[in-house]
Design a protein around this ligand. Structure first.
Ligand SMILES: C[S@@+](CC[C@H](N)C(=O)[O-])C[C@H]1O[C@@H](n2cnc3c(N)ncnc32)[C@H](O)[C@@H]1O
Length: 322
């Protein structure tokens, strides 16, 4: 497993903003709902011995790796990992950790969306066409809740395949790729990443097959979003997280895809117009990684961070120092 290689995106920006108004003399609770390699979770723990963390990840591999690291670093008392899709977090945490809400709730909640380097580096997970592996792409590969990429590629009709390649991948050759997949699967079921890569490659006009980006990049991204229903899960979760924050508590979300960022932006905007759990959006424009971070880790180039704060009553509008 390659969790060590996961670069934690916008680490300083996230942790600084989520911790700057934490009370100096009492326990604060943070939730990192996308634990991954634990980069953000551990940063909370290193910052202040009064910080406690509850983290989720739907990938059982992330939890196994994380629990080993927690043990090794002697942090068992201050962090708990929960293996679940974060859409279930509000219900689980209220049921199992009522003590967090005695003091008003979480000081900060973080979502760092998408997959981790581990997913791309582990051939058996099927996220990458760099290796040959089964077309799986489920972040929770031990659950049957979601279809695998293989099931989608072999059962969706041509129209739906075209739609997901267009919508989630902004793929210009979506129609041709969908058609070719439907032709090829009549001859033989498409089962591996390399088989799909080959089909996509041959759907492309010859002169565009060897561009800067591999023709499969956008198709694999679209399939991953569809397999894990990432946009639907995100839309169904953000609203539910706001009531878990204490007054002054902040919710930070890092997205990597324009469709994700649009959801975050719109849900934040709608939340700031509501009065039951009033919030201020702190980031009128999203916070972006610095050039130095992008140089260090090219994957961070599409990252966008948006933050809101729960407030007692509505007063000042969008303003933040970044
Ligand atoms: C970008 S990585 C997080 C990396 C982490 N912040 C770090 O620095 O190590 C995203 C992680 O969130 C998990 N994840 C994505 N969507 C999820 C969801 N809906 N519920 C729970 N975990 C999810 C993935 O399995 C992956 O491990």
């Amino acid at each position: 497993m390659s969790y060590g290689s996961h670069y934690t995106v916008l680490k300083k920006e996230c942790i600084d903003t989520l911790t700057e108004n934490a009370p100096a003399d009492q326990k604060s609770f943070y939730a990192d709902l996308t634990f991954g390699g634990g980069g953000h979770s551990f940063e909370f723990l290193y910052r202040n011995p009064l910080f406690n963390v509850r983290s989720t990840d739907q990938d059982p591999d992330a939890l196994k790796n994380g629990n080993e690291r927690i043990q090794k670093e002697g942090m068992l008392e201050r962090i708990k990992l929960i293996n679940t899709n974060f859409v279930h977090f509000p219900e689980i945490i209220r049921e199992h950790s009522p003590e967090i809400f005695k003091d008003g709730g979480f000081q900060g909640i973080l979502l760092d969306l998408g997959v981790s380097s581990h997913h791309f580096d582990e051939a058996t997970r099927g996220f990458s066409f760099r290796f040959d592996g089964p077309l799986d792409m489920r972040m929770n590969h031990q659950s049957d809740e979601f279809l695998t990429a293989e099931e989608i590629v072999n059962t969706y009709d041509e129209k739906d395949l075209k739609r997901i390649f267009e919508e989630y991948g902004e793929e210009k050759n979506a129609r041709k790729i969908a058609l070719k997949i439907c032709e090829e699967r009549k001859i033989k079921r498409i089962q591996t990443t390399k088989e799909l890569e080959n089909i996509v490659f041959h759907s492309y006009p010859k002169e565009h097959r060897y561009g800067k980006t591999n023709p499969s990049t956008r198709v694999f991204q679209a399939l991953r979003l569809e397999v894990n229903r990432e946009l639907e899960v995100l839309s169904n979760t953000i609203d539910q997280l706001i009531p878990l924050l204490k007054i002054g508590g902040r919710l930070a979300i890092i997205s990597f895809h324009s469709l994700e960022d649009r959801i975050v932006k719109n849900v934040f905007r709608d939340a700031s117009a509501k009065t039951d759990f009033p919030v201020n959006v702190l980031t009128k424009k999203p916070i972006l990684p610095t050039e130095a971070e992008i140089l260090d880790n090219s994957r961070s180039r599409s990252a966008k961070l948006r933050i809101l704060e729960r407030i007692e009553v509505k007063k000042d509008k969008n303003k933040y120092k970044y």
